[in-house]
Ligand binder design. Sequence first.
Ligand code: ZN
Length: 86
Amino acid sequence: MPGKRATTCGMCGGALRDTVADSVERYQLGLGTVIIRHVPAQECQGCGEVWWPSSSIARMEDVLSGGKRSDAMAVIAVPAYDLAAM
Ligand SMILES: [Zn+2]
């Protein structure tokens, strides 16, 4: 996904509209899986592809590189499954 702010979809050429992604999951060594909420994004009205403006990517990378667990608004437990045990 390109970080540049565009007005048309790079996949299908459809129009993009500004939106806010409820939550984005990223994996960061040390922090594990991180959920970042309310990320400004652009969604294609044609194919539904979500594009991240470079400003959103930069802010997410700030969180992932400098974020501390104590800065998180919440720490949640997630279910883990082991196929060998099922
Ligand atoms: Zn599209």
